[in-house]
Design a protein around this ligand. Structure first.
Ligand SMILES: O=P(O)(O)OC[C@H]1O[C@](O)(COP(=O)(O)O)[C@@H](O)[C@@H]1O
Length: 288
């Protein structure tokens, strides 16, 4: 087994375990209990590892004071030194309400491979990896980016589908999109999958401000895709692309707690995951 295979199986083990633990609380209206179950379960999986020494660089949960794996926490008793970015339960609200979109997510890289970031907000734009790099800028107005994207795609702004988190802070962006007749996909939660879907070309653009942990995890997925890495972000005043966030070959595993992006939610010890590695992107079913 090479390192990437080890990272892949460990990441999958973590997310299937986290998803199963969170699922116990799906629909019970207690976000923190669901989050804590996923956190505890992933922590115990990583603590058991005798072939990894895991350094947590992203442990989502600081911003909303949710249970979390701590940035700087070291788990596992030895072997390969790795960086881990983890969102034990992405879309906690969706899990607590038994709505679509809840996932358990873990990324693993060789030591020093992932950006270490606090759980703060990050501005993000993402578009298809089949389009040229750098045609849009996080510094442009939304209107400028839409006009540039429409010109490169040879279409009208009204033919573009743009995803935005439905938040008060995005009122201005949504107003600009409406004035251009763009089709706006307004989501209540889950910009991690939104950014990945834009990079895969399933939607034309993801734009807006969300969590930095979700941004780093999305960058890992995009670092594994063929083509251009069209994800740009602004974190604490610094503009970055995927290469500044992911510096070494990395893997990402996402397991559905509730139905999400074509993955069936956890059910009778069966779970569905999507795994991104430098050589492939695949969907897998496992028994847990
Ligand atoms: O809800 P906020 O504060 O606008 O933060 C946006 C972030 O929340 C999410 O929608 C869900 O994250 P949580 O599971 O931590 O609630 C993320 O996808 C997104 O990056």
């Amino acid at each position: 087994m090479n390192n990437i295979d080890i990272f892949e199986s460990t990441a999958l083990f973590c997310t299937t375990s986290g998803a199963g633990a969170a699922y116990e609380f799906a629909g019970l209206g207690d976000e923190n209990a669901a989050d804590k179950a996923a956190v505890d379960s992933i922590r115990s999986v990583l603590s058991m590892q005798s072939y990894l020494r895991a350094h947590i660089v992203i442990g989502e949960g600081e911003r909303d004071k949710a249970p979390m794996l701590y940035r700087g926490e070291i788990l596992g008793s030895g072997g390969i030194e790795v960086d881990i970015a983890v969102d034990p339960l992405e879309c906690t609200t969706s899990c607590s309400k038994f709505l679509d979109g809840a996932l358990s997510v873990v990324a693993i890289s060789e030591s020093g491979g992932l950006l270490e970031s606090p759980d703060v907000y990050m501005e993000k734009i993402a578009y298809s990896s089949n389009l040229p790099s750098g045609i849009l800028s996080i510094e442009n107005s939304c209107t400028e980016n839409i006009k540039l994207l429409a010109a490169v795609k040879g279409c009208l702004p009204s033919e573009l589908k743009v995803m935005v988190l439905n938040r008060e802070r995005h009122k201005g962006i949504i107003k600009e999109l409406r004035s251009l007749n763009v089709r706006v996909i307004l989501i209540e939660n889950g910009d991690l999958v939104g950014v990945i879907r834009a990079a895969l070309g399933e939607i034309d653009l993801y734009i807006g401000t969300g969590g930095a942990p979700e941004g780093v995890l999305a960058a890992v997925a995009i670092s594994c895709m063929k083509g251009n890495r069209n994800f740009y972000c602004k974190l604490q005043g610094r503009i970055m692309g995927v290469d500044e966030i992911v510096k070494k070959p990395s893997v990402l595993s996402m397991t559905a707690v509730t139905d999400c992006w074509g993955l069936r939610g956890f059910e009778k010890n069966m779970c569905q995951s999507v795994i991104f590695t430098p050589s492939c992107v695949k969907r897998v079913k496992s028994i847990c």
